[in-house]
Design a protein around this ligand. Sequence first.
Ligand code: PMV
Length: 357
Amino acid sequence: MEKYPSPKATGMSGNNYTTAWQSPSNIALVKYWGKYPGQFPANPSISFTLDKSHTRTSVEADVERSGSLKVEFSYDGKPAPAFEDRIVKTLRNWEAHFPFLANSRLRINTVNSFPHSAGIASSASAMSALALCIGDIEARINGDSDENAFRKKASFIARLGSGSAARSVYPYAALWGASPGIPLSSDEYAIPLEGIAPVFKTFRDSILIVDPQKKEVSSSEGHALMEGHPFAPARFQQAEEHCLDLLDILKNEKLSDLVSLVEKEALTLHALMMSSSPGYLLMKGGTIEIIQRIRQFREQSGIPTCFTLDAGPNVHLLYPEKDESDVRMFIEQELQSFCKEAKVIHDRVGSGPSRIK
Ligand code: PMV
């Protein structure tokens, strides 16, 4: 697998094109929470790109049929017609940007590295993998080989499918959302974060699965509740400041500042949910127990480990690679008992999507 393969490497015969991409999930450090129509974020966000938690998607396209878009979808090689409507809807939404889709028959197969019930949202990895495949086919049709334009368009298109997916197309860390003071930042697509300190490129993320069930309030409903939220203006301002601070932290390896910023972001996200109208609570008892133990462990060990949360009860424990054995022991001894069936996914920051040969 190549890291930034040229779109030219894709297979083709006649009007048929095939391609396959593996694309990871990501974990936000500064959270995107609140959006405007057109899937534009209310505030900028920054995430680490993950590695092991990924989706692998292949697309076979017959692109010059007359008629309309047709999709056959399978999950892990088994037909999954129940998902076809949602995928057709996503692809129709992409037709304005990929005109070839309107006349195409697509065979799409996808598989996640993590089970559906793992409590990890698959939309970022799934939407980015599909966007990379469709973008790759377009680049072949047009004979384009501009790598930066290819990534930017994949990020743009992934965003239309699921906002946070925009950040998954880049290695290590990405920023999405127009940010005063951050050149090239955009609400339309994410940009890769250049120049982050080496320690962060191998950072670990152990995902503690407190509850794998589908959450009671979806992210879409949560974003919508930010409209008219009394704390929204202050929150959006804070997120902009946190993005600037985090860039400095990531470039200059300020580990203790990372810890306080990341935990403040996670708790702010959940505080916004609790103070929405209606308010709701996605943390479980186990989430709180884990958070308290992490803070105690950090105090006692001096290891710069911290937690973050996405819109659910599961805890992401972030720490440097060099502390892996101590943190793993801590997880086994003190945290795993709060996880459903002792489930922990040991992931890490990764080098981004890659084409599957
Ligand atoms: O991309 P969505 O609509 O699933 O929203 C993601 C929201 C958070 O995971 C809570 C934060 C983020 O920036 O990823």
